[in-house]
Design a protein around this ligand. Structure first.
Ligand SMILES: *[C@@H]1O[C@H](CO)[C@@H](O)[C@H](O)[C@H]1NC(C)=O
Ligand SMILES: *[C@@H]1O[C@H](CO)[C@@H](O)[C@H](O)[C@H]1NC(C)=O
Ligand SMILES: *[C@@H]1O[C@H](CO)[C@@H](O)[C@H](O)[C@H]1NC(C)=O
Ligand SMILES: *[C@@H]1O[C@H](CO)[C@@H](O)[C@H](O)[C@H]1NC(C)=O
Ligand SMILES: *[C@@H]1O[C@H](CO)[C@@H](O)[C@H](O)[C@H]1NC(C)=O
Length: 303
């Protein structure tokens, strides 16, 4: 009896791997969007990740979005081309790629994560299955890279300075990071004058299309870096932020009006167990591939 059971198991495993590897065909394609100061294709960043994905998911088609017609332009655009235009360009690129027509998984790094979310919300031809946000700033930022290393007074001074400038029209047009600058001391200004984040977060009005499109996701996976000194506050990587009116205490997504009023569909997504909160030790975007393989690739990128 024992022998037969073992044999049955053996057959099961053979069939299982046969179906996984052959009948299912190629793995679901992947679209990646890089962060600020990075590009689609540097060997030391997304180029290396593309190779690792190919090793973990043999033969997977990976499109690393390049915004602009060269790598240098792509990097510049990460600072100076308004996210609305970047998202339109990405939408068109994806639309024209026949390999992505049946859907794909998407991995956004840092600001590329909120841009990919906006793509899901705005670009009907992009059929994103699982959206992986790696250190994204979904509630914006209020602080500067590595600001914590400066004295707190200096940090606050720079913040206040940017607060005066961030919502001026030309700054919003000229500097990508100003479009997701979120001043908790003046929520009304942020809501009225942020030309990107407050729109995709349905702050001014609720765009039902955004909700409907978010709810088409199979899973929305939010990765937070526990020791992140680049992004402030780190809670933004899980859709948390400073409580309105001050810049010390932080509220979680569940405590925010975005969630309690379900202005973006995230509450429903969470109740359906499709919103995932992962965290890993380390600074911004510093993760172990083994960790990524076990916690992201296996559960979300294999089907
Ligand atoms: C992916 O890996 C295979 C070997 O498994 C290799 O032949 C192929 O060139 C790789 N493709 C890319 C784009 O790196
Ligand atoms: C809602 O978003 C969609 C997709 O971006 C857009 O086409 C539509 O104009 C928006 N609706 C409103 C009322 O802003
Ligand atoms: C800044 O303030 C925080 C919280 O009060 C404290 O933990 C941190 O050590 C301070 N940083 C510096 C550089 O003084
Ligand atoms: C934001 O817009 C609302 C509605 O138009 C207006 O009542 C309010 O005064 C504005 N707030 C700021 C700070 O501009
Ligand atoms: C990283 O963050 C975790 C959780 O906040 C903390 O326990 C740990 O001490 C931090 N490690 C370093 C090196 O700062």
């Amino acid at each position: 009896m024992n022998c037969c059971l073992q044999f049955a198991f053996f057959l099961l495993i053979v069939f299982h791997s046969f179906f996984l590897n052959h009948v299912d065909g190629e793995p679901t394609p992947i679209v990646m969007w890089h962060g600020m100061g990075d590009s689609c294709c540097f060997d030391f960043s997304l180029g290396a990740i593309k190779e690792k994905l190919n090793a973990s998911l043999p033969g997977v088609y990976v499109l690393s979005l390049r915004i602009g017609d060269s790598i240098i332009k792509d990097m510049e655009n990460g600072y100076f081309l308004h996210p609305d235009e970047q998202i339109d360009m990405a939408c068109e690129t994806i639309q024209q790629d026949p390999k992505l027509a049946n859907g794909f998984n998407a991995i956004g790094f840092s600001q590329g994560a909120q841009f990919l979310r906006a793509l899901v919300q705005r670009c009907p031809s992009s059929k994103v299955k699982n959206l992986i946000s790696v250190g994204g700033q979904h509630q914006g930022v209020y602080g500067l890279p590595n600001c914590g290393a400066l004295s707190n007074n200096t940090c606050d001074y720079i913040r206040r300075l940017l607060n005066h400038a961030a919502y001026i029209g030309w700054v919003q047009k000229a500097l990508v990071q100003a479009t997701y600058w979120h001043d908790p001391l003046n929520e009304a200004e942020y809501k009225n004058y942020s030309t990107f984040l407050s729109d995709i977060n349905n702050e001014r009005e609720v765009n039902q299309t955004y909700i409907d499109n978010i709810l088409t996701l199979k899973n929305f996976v939010l990765i937070k870096f526990d020791n992140d000194t680049v992004v402030q506050p780190v809670a933004t990587e899980w859709f948390g932020f400073y409580k309105p009116g001050q810049s010390q205490a932080v509220e979680t997504l569940e405590e925010s009006s975005l969630y309690t009023e379900d202005r973006l569909g995230l509450k429903r997504l969470n109740e359906q167990n499709q919103l995932k909160f992962l965290s890993t030790p380390g600074n911004h975007l510093k993760f172990e591939w083994d960790w990524f393989e076990k916690n992201v690739i296996s559960p979300y990128l294999r089907d």
